[in-house]
Design a protein around this ligand. Structure first.
Ligand code: FAD
Length: 478
């Protein structure tokens, strides 16, 4: 294989795989660099919920839907905060991406599509996922990718980390520098450089720089270190979008010092487990209707709290009678009083002291809630389901907080997915797709169903199928 590739794809995750597959199938000489020892990236973690309009499946089921409806519905949920150019590009082409995945063998649950799931529902049934979450997508992409690697059409370099993007004197991207598994540095040249390195939540310093006001508690891929974003920024790319952050409701850290130790299995969705507890902030006051059916409402309420911190407060009666808060954590009971995030005390004021909140406030909050339980009317927040009072010690509190599964800020691109500089001009030969564009660009200030994974797959497909060009440059070089 030549040492000058038509396409260099950095990353082999949700966006990088379709880019490499479609470009190689179109005849490009593709080099793909992957820092991990395997392909797949965030597909191993993601819930794999994707949305698309105008799919063959919708047509078969008689569901009328258009890309324009999808776009408008997504903007409705995000209150108009999705980047219009990127949002249109994603929704206009999502249907074809979905059909491509199904043609490759992707099989969602038989009752799909639906309007909603974990986030705010769409107005139309256009939302899909599968039993094995995003691995179901990897399972159909991997055999095609493996075949192209075996045929020599994709030169895949695993355990190879891109460390920089090389620009020529005119500012055009002409290659990348990499560090191989055995610590060797190399410079590799290509006609098109595509950055699909994902988010940056696994880089605590970069997170702090990008989103200084947002405490880091993340459940993300270890390789989401922002390498592509940093490398592109070094050669002049504009980075923005940190202001669109929305936390996920909510998480408890297993290790308070480790922002990546989020406990899996905590039940916060009232649709899955109705809360028996109350949620209070660091002032010891309730801040949200705990059983509010809109996760968007609860997430924005948590976002407004200091450090997005909250406590789940309950008593012995609730502990004994309520369904498990975390069915996966069979040893939770032993943590109370022994783990810094699990407090237990005989009195509410003792509990407040352990939590580090104002005792008078907590006592007043619990009294007001108990009055609401007695009267059946929660005048403060309008909670509907109040199972029992919080009145009998020991009292318990679990320290939780907003978490993130994505990174809000990212690279600017135009409708050809060319990476843009601050002056609005594209950096020649440099393209980007996936979460490196910033989650907020496609989903705005909300979690819009499927609007991170599907755009990543779609933009990768579009780059490989038509946006990247190499024929002219190859002919000139030969
Ligand atoms: C728990 C969880 C649940 C989610 N659920 C959903 C959902 O249901 N729906 C939805 O729309 N979105 C969801 N998301 C978000 C969505 O899955 C991601 O935004 C998307 O998969 C990111 O794709 P990507 O290609 O940008 O990044 P990735 O898939 O992470 O791929 C990036 C690849 O680049 C590699 N890489 C990184 N740096 C380098 C480097 N320097 N050199 C070489 N390679 C490098 C990485 O190893 C990785 O393989 C979820 C995310 C998480 C974490």
């Amino acid at each position: 294989m030549s040492d000058h590739w038509d396409v260099i794809v950095v990353g082999a995750g949700s966006a990088g795989l379709p880019t490499a597959i479609r470009a190689a199938q179109r005849g490009a000489r593709v080099l793909q660099i992957e820092a991990d020892t395997k392909i797949g990236g965030t597909l191993f973690l993601s819930s794999g919920q994707i949305s698309a309009a105008g799919t063959k499946r919708q047509k078969k089921l008689g569901i009328e839907d258009t890309a324009q409806d999808h776009y408008e519905d997504a903007q409705r949920i995000a209150e108009g905060t999705i980047n219009p150019t990127m949002g249109k590009l994603a929704t206009d082409n999502a249907g074809a991406t979905y059909d491509w995945l199904e043609d490759l063998g992707y099989a969602p649950f038989p009752h799909m599509p639906v309007a909603g799931g974990a986030h705010e529902p769409y107005l139309t049934k256009r939302y899909y996922w599968a039993e094995t979450a995003a691995v179901a997508i990897l399972d159909v992409l991997k055999p095609v990718h493996d075949g192209l690697v075996a045929e020599g059409k994709i030169d895949l370099r695993l355990a190879t980390r891109m460390t920089g993007i090389v620009a020529d004197a005119s500012g055009a991207a002409v290659g990348v520098t990499v560090e191989t598994a055995n610590g060797k540095s190399e410079t590799l040249h290509g006609q098109n450089i595509v950055v699909t390195t994902g988010g940056y939540a696994h880089n605590a310093d970069l997170w702090k720089e990008m989103t200084p006001d947002i405490p880091l508690r993340a459940y993300t891929n270890d390789f989401s270190r922002g390498d592509g974003l940093v490398a592109a920024r070094k050669i002049g790319a504009k980075v923005d979008g940190a202001d669109t952050f929305l936390c996920t409701f909510a998480g408890v850290l297993n290790d308070p010092k480790d922002p990546y130790s989020t406990a899996l299995g905590m039940q916060f969705s009232p649709q899955v487990r109705e809360p028996w507890e109350i949620y209070v902030n660091t002032d010891g006051k309730r801040f949200v209707r705990e059983d509010h059916p809109s996760v968007d409402h609860r997430e924005h309420a948590l976002l407004a709290q200091k450090n997005q911190q909250m406590f789940i407060v309950f008593d012995e009666g609730i502990r004994q009678n309520a369904p498990a808060l975390n069915p996966l954590d069979t040893k939770m009971r032993e943590k109370f009083g022994a783990h810094p995030h699990y407090s237990k005390a005989d009195t509410l004021s003792g509990l407040a002291q352990q939590m580090g909140v104002n005792a008078a406030n907590l006592e007043a909050t619990v009294k007001a809630y108990n009055d609401a339980v007695a009267s059946g009317a929660d005048k403060a927040f309008g909670r509907i389901r109040m199972f029992r009072k919080i009145e009998k010690g020991p009292f318990y509190a679990i320290h939780a907080g907003g978490i993130t599964v994505v990174s809000p800020a990212g690279l600017n691109t135009n409708e050809r997915l060319q990476v843009m500089k601050a002056d609005g001009a594209p950096i020649p030969n440099l393209y980007a797709a996936g979460e490196v564009l910033g989650f907020g660009r496609l989903s705005g200030k909300a979690f819009v169903n499927g609007m991170s994974l599907m755009p990543a797959l779609t933009f990768g497909r579009l780059l490989g199928e038509k946006l990247l060009q190499w024929e002219g440059a190859r002919a000139a070089a030969e």
